[in-house]
Design a binder for this molecule. Structure first.
Ligand code: TPP
Ligand code: MG
Length: 770
């Protein structure tokens, strides 16, 4: 095992430096060195050590182990291991297990046309890039939900452990039920440093680290040292203990003997950063310090002394005793590699195409709202969705492959009907006042958007399905995680061997326009601004205006693969516009002219467009006002469900053809566009359409507080009166100043009324389309 570790260390170091002379058959020359030295060495020896020991554990126990390298910058180590175990060459035959393949492995690392310096989608066995630190333990946890036989071993950097998401992730074990879930085994790697500063945990004494982690519910095993043989022995013992503890917990739980107060194992590995690397250069310590974080010797091409030191370092692993003259690992070293799918690089849960079970969806007609005519009834759209979700839980109960993740808002978001089919997951002590808590629940409520996101990513990346329901304003907490996930999906799509995953579905509700209880802090539609910038073959954004449209959209999203679907829909009682058949047609095209609200007879003076439920309400009401007070103005109402119909089809596959775009928006008429989010999104999307300056967009402009629903629209200039005034103004229709005056008076009246009566005017509250 020690020699195997040396082989992995050799391959890791060599990936950073060598472009030729892979087996060091010749004296190392400057020519053998890459012109640009890129990558991270410091974390590699630790990752290699753990991987080697896990190989041994798997051989001894036949465990199914998923390996997650939190410090994904240690890609040379992960790559070295998947190369040694053969999974790399199976996927990329040109990187063969011989001298030539080894040279190719080195050359491609961090090189143009090659692979990135971090673990990436192209790395077999990985579901975690680790470029942005903090999410490894969340991914590990998501992966083992409903995978009772899987153990996700997660290496956590001591720098990474300082991030908010990782600090929050320690509690992940509280959300595992050993009866039905697998286990996580965190290995906290205290190598003392992050990029150049000391780490908090590494400088704490052992007892303090133990108390901290014990408090979270772990049994902590320390492995400490810089003498390889001592560390090997201790790590092997501790891994056996950890494995036995996990099995013991699962054994008891699966025989109905309980799982309260259990302590899951956790390993703290304290070894030097850059262990086995060059110990110093010109009196400056490298091994065991932050100087080993990236490339320890950067001047090897120009400095003969450094080149010599590099050669001494690489030769210290004795490559000739690891690989034969053709570059093949010696047989006795290969024997520690697990067989077939037990190799961590080919764990079937990582690329789950073959083991994935499709999500069974009920027919949405079962939940359709009966809408005899537009605006005839009022209902809560997300309440209907809750019934649909309830039945998804029921239909997929035996497949155990669907979960709802939510920062404690299922009830608040009006999805509570799901509790007829399942519960909130909870294994701790319960009180009589608790509701819907169960250790078998599939609704995962943790008040951490980071964990909801990370757990669901891990769940989806291992072949399951889910929904993340969140307050719209607080989803921006995970903007950055979304970014990373979108990058992963984009990269995965470029790899033919990666099977498509179920789409990541967001339901953003309790949105900006109806923060009746909360006000300004809860008003923020900015997530879509982040989403819109990601690759068009990954993202989709929907604004269903009513319940039937919401059901159509969600049914569609659950049936797709490989996308990130963002659905924004309100939870408050709202007027319903379309019956199920109309909703189906509307959602299929993603945009349509609402003829029932228009009076343009195919030739409008002005187009009123809208996306989002509240902007839709105000737009339809504005059309109504104009029809009543200025019937000679020909108004067309256009509703957009699928935002991505707006850009030209060259930019997004959902983009309307030029002909369809002109049929709906005309080529020259002015458009008043009431939008749910920030206006710049729409301006960006319609860029490239005929005369885009026709689009006069109104949306959320950071005005608002705890006020009436209608006042929110007034404060942000998208109320019906303001839209109607804008329509008159932009259409340049004459003789309408009396109408403008009337609408301005209404706004004035509203201003005074809400201050006196603390509520909207009855004509607003009770308004409906007639
Ligand atoms: C969220 C985030 N912030 C900052 C960085 C930049 N960064 C890359 S590596 C690193 C240090 C990591 O230290 P540690 O987790 O201890 O890893 P190791 O010592 O094993 O290299 C930092 C700060 C990052 N990758 N992700
Ligand atoms: Mg560190």
């Amino acid at each position: 095992m020690h020699r195997y570790w040396q082989a992995a260390n050799y391959l890791s170091g060599a990936q950073i430096y060598l472009r030729a002379n892979a087996l060091l058959k010749e004296t190392l020359q400057a020519d053998h060195i890459k012109p640009r030295l890129l990558g991270h060495w410091g974390t590699c020896p630790g990752i290699n050590l753990i991987y080697t020991h896990l190989n041994r554990l798997i051989q001894d126990t036949d465990a199914s182990v998923l390996f997650i390298a939190g410090p994904g910058h240690g890609a040379p180590a992960v790559l070295a291991n998947v190369y040694l175990e053969g999974t790399y060459s199976e996927i990329y035959p040109e990187i063969s297990q011989d001298e030539h393949g080894m040279e190719m492995l080195f050359r491609q690392f961090s090189s143009p046309g090659g692979i990135s310096s971090h673990v990436s989608a192209s790395t077999p066995g990985s579901i975690h890039e680790g470029g942005e630190l903090g999410y490894c333990l969340a991914h590990a946890t998501g992966a083992v939900f409903d995978n009772p036989d899987l153990i996700a071993v997660c290496v956590i950097g001591d720098g990474e452990a300082e991030t908010g998401p990782l600090e929050g992730s320690w509690k992940s074990i509280r959300f595992l039920n050993p009866e039905r879930d697998g286990a996580i085994l965190p290995i906290l790697h205290l190598n003392g440093y992050k990029i150049s500063s000391a780490t908090v945990l590494a400088r704490m004494d052992e007892e303090s680290v133990r108390s901290l982690l014990q408090g979270y519910g772990y049994t902590v095993y320390f492995v400490d040292g810089d003498d390889p043989m001592t560390v090997h022995k201790r790590l092997a013992e501790v891994l056996d203990k950890a494995y036995d503890t996990i099995k013991g917990i699962q054994h008891l739980a699966r025989r109905g003997m309980g799982y309260l107060h259990l302590h899951w194992p956790l390993i703290v590995l304290r070894t030097p950063k850059g262990w086995t690397g060059p110990s110093e250069w010109k009196g400056e310590k490298i091994e065991g310090t932050f100087h080993s974080h990236q490339v320890p010797l950067e001047e090897v091409r120009n400095d003969k002394g450094q080149l010599k030191l590099l050669e001494t370092w690489l030769r210290s692993y004795e490559p000739e005793n690891l690989f034969d003259s053709e570059g093949r690992l010696f047989g006795e070293l290969s024997s520690i590699i697990p067989k077939g799918n037990k190799r961590m690089g080919s764990n079937p849960h990582v690329n789950p195409g073959s083991i994935e079970k499709e999500l069974i969806l009920p027919a949405i007609d079962n939940y359709a709202v009966d809408v005899p005519s537009p605006g005839a009834i009022t209902t809560q759209s997300t309440k209907q969705l809750g019934k649909f979700l309830r039945d998804i839980f029921l239909l997929n109960e035996s497949n155990k492959n669907f979960r709802l993740f939510c920062p404690d808002e299922t009830e608040s978001n009006r999805l509570q009907d799901v509790f007829e089919a399942t519960s909130r997951f909870y294994t701790g002590k319960t009180e009589v006042t608790d509701e819907h808590l169960s250790p078998y629940g599939r609704v995962i409520e943790v008040l951490s958007e980071h964990l909801c996101q990370g757990w669901m990513e891990g769940y989806l990346l291992t072949g399951r399905h889910g929904l993340f329901s969140c307050y719209e304003a607080f989803i921006t907490i995970i903007d950055s995680m979304f970014n990373q996930y979108a990058k992963w999906i984009k990269s995965s799509k470029e790899l033919p061997w990666r099977h498509p995953l179920a789409s990541f579905n967001y339901l953003l509700t309790s949105h900006t326009w109806r923060q009746d209880h909360n006000g300004y802090s809860h008003q923020g539609p900015g997530f879509i601004d982040t989403v819109i910038n990601k690759k068009s073959n990954v993202i989709r954004i929907y604004f269903p205006p009513d319940a039937n449209c919401l059901l159509c959209v969600m049914q569609h999203c659950f049936g797709t693969k490989g996308y990130i679907n963002v659905v924004v829909a309100g939870k408050q009682p709202e007027l319903q516009w379309l019956n199920m058949n109309q909703a189906r047609d509307h959602c299929r095209t993603g945009v349509s002219i609402w003829n029932w609200a228009s009076n343009d007879n195919g030739n409008p003076d002005i187009v009123l467009a809208c996306a989002g439920d509240i902007p839709t309400l105000e737009t339809v009401a504005a059309a109504g006002l104009l029809k009543t007070h200025l019937p000679e103005l020909k108004v067309r109402v256009v509703n957009i469900v699928d935002l991505m119909v707006l850009p030209p089809s060259s930019q997004h596959s959902h983009g309307l053809s030029d002909t369809s775009f002109s049929e709906i928006f005309t080529n020259s008429k002015e458009i008043i566009f009431a939008f749910h989010g920030y206006v710049s999104i729409i301006h960006d999307l319609v860029h490239g359409r005929p005369e885009p300056e026709r689009f006069h967009v109104r949306g959320y402009m950071e005005e608002g507080t705890t006020t009436t629903p209608f006042d929110m629209t007034v404060l942000n200039n998208i109320s019906r009166f303001q839209l109607a005034i804008a329509a008159i103004f932009r259409s340049r229709i004459g003789n309408a100043s009396h109408v403008i005056h009337l609408f301005e008076q209404k706004l004035e009246e509203h201003h005074h009324f809400i201050r006196e009566h603390l509520d909207d005017m009855p004509e607003i509250k009770n308004w409906t389309w007639s």
